[in-house]
Design a protein around this ligand. Structure first.
Ligand code: HAM
Length: 426
């Protein structure tokens, strides 16, 4: 027997039982995007590898360890998209959006690919929704981005206090003040460098800010004791920007926790960074993350344009909603199941079926030539609200008995009125 092929490690089928949950979440995102005036962008599944090396950062985990990269026939190095900020910015520049939309407000829903170690809430193909607001340097756009991120959860029934959501917030400065801060950080840690783990020792030179991402307890203790706080070293403009962000959040009553270690794992961030975590998830507790990236558009070849955005994992959101039992009931999708008596009625029944469908009735009939009893079983299994039995007698009379499967009530309805019957019910 040949080997059974299964889905690749770290990928999952979204089965029919699950897909209503996805559509439900997606519909809320589309709804909110319309209310916030964001327009949807869909970019290709793969991009030139260079885009991510330059956009996300050569030394980031994503670029060094996690990308699915391959050569195409023209020997160009391509990569399955591991994130969407760089592709959206690429698209924004390529299509000259800066000329038509001084503030381009874009959103997306997309599968992404990262070769990470799979575990609960972490997959190799996963899905994100997110927004990118390109064109404004002002703190209101940071706050709009954060408010959007929070609103998705609120609208789905997840709330900060009851459902253990935490918004963590930081500012990591800009090209003006970051360099000085990093020098200070290196200086303050120099005497303790040898006590850091191997990864941190490497990062000390090449990617100093990412020292804060280390999960190693002794590294964290050293940082806690000796590392200066970045928010104490912001230049005046960054400081002003950050205090306006926090003031606006206060005014909108969006609770947050200041976390000076929140540096994020992608290199493009400037000023505001944020994450929303959920206490309902295990180790992979980040529901979403984002921040400002004022230098990325220019780095990718566009005009210098400030921007801010966030992205959120849908699989983790589903886990959180399931943990709190917040999904509505998605059953009862079929309005009518037509039960056939005898083979001769099949062509006419098919016509009736198609006619009802064209009128918007969600209906089906037996395609396996099963017994009447088995057809009723099937109607039950499909949660059909109604059944109708069609045999020679019914076709001759031009009417049939419709049965309400929940109450058992029956009603005689002419075929010509069937669609009307359902329109009234629906
Ligand atoms: P990120 O923090 O890499 O940011 O990813 C955002 C979210 O995607 C995470 O908080 C998590 O919910 C989800 N996620 C990431 N990796 C996985 C995985 N392997 N399996 C399941 N879920 C995952 C970004 O991607 C940035 N582009 C966000 C951004 C947009 N910044 C500015 N604009």
């Amino acid at each position: 027997m040949s080997r059974q092929i299964t889905s690749v490690k770290g990928t999952k089928d979204i089965l029919p039982e699950e897909s209503p949950k996805w559509r439900y979440i997606e519909s809320i995102i589309h709804e909110l995007a319309a209310e916030y005036n964001y327009r949807e962008v869909r970019t290709p599944v793969f991009e030139e590898t260079q885009l991510f090396a330059r956009g996300v950062g050569e030394y980031t985990d994503i670029v060094t360890k996690e990308m699915y990269t391959f050569l195409d026939k023209g020997e160009t190095s391509l990569t399955l998209k591991p994130e969407l900020t760089a592709p959206v910015v690429r698209s924004y520049i390529q299509h000259h959006y800066d000329q038509t939309y001084p503030l381009s407000k874009l959103y997306y829903l997309t599968p992404l690919f990262r070769q990470e170690r799979p575990q609960a809430g972490r997959q190799r193909q996963f899905h994100q929704y997110g927004i990118e607001s390109i064109g404004s340097e002002h703190p209101e756009t940071d706050v709009e981005t954060i408010a959007f991120a929070m609103d998705v959860y609120t609208r789905l029934g997840l709330h900060s206090e009851e459902n253990h959501l935490e918004l963590r917030l930081n500012s990591i400065g800009d090209s003006n003040c970051r360099f000085q801060y990093l020098q200070q950080l290196q200086g303050d840690l120099a005497a303790h460098r040898d006590n850091l783990c191997k990864t941190c020792q490497d990062r000390y030179e090449s990617n100093t800010l990412r020292l804060f991402d280390c999960k190693n307890e002794s590294c964290q203790a050293i940082l806690e004791e000796y590392a200066p706080k970045i928010t104490d070293h912001l230049c005046e403009e960054c400081d002003q920007h950050f205090s306006t962000v926090t003031r606006l959040l206060d005014e909108l009553a969006i609770p947050y926790i200041l976390d000076h270690t929140l540096v994020r794992g992608l290199d493009y961030y400037t000023r505001t960074t944020f994450e929303i975590t959920s206490g309902l998830l295990g180790a992979q507790d980040a529901l979403c993350g984002g921040g400002r990236y004022d230098l990325l558009v220019e780095q990718l070849g566009g005009n210098a344009t400030p921007a801010v955005g966030f992205a959120a994992g849908i699989e983790r959101l589903i886990l959180a909603l399931e943990a709190e039992d917040l999904f509505p009931d998605f059953t009862d999708e079929l309005d009518l199941f037509i039960v056939l008596v005898g083979d001769s009625v099949r062509p006419k029944a098919f016509k009736i079926l198609q006619n009802l469908r064209s009128e918007g009735v969600r209906c089906d009939m037996d395609f396996l030539r099963r017994s009447v009893k088995a057809q009723f079983r099937e109607a039950n299994r499909q949660n059909a609200s109604y059944t109708v039995v069609l045999g020679e007698n019914e076709l001759e009379a031009g009417e049939a008995t419709i049965k309400n499967m929940a109450t058992g009530d029956e009603q005689l309805v002419p075929f010509t009125d069937l669609a009307k019957f359902f329109r009234k019910k629906l």
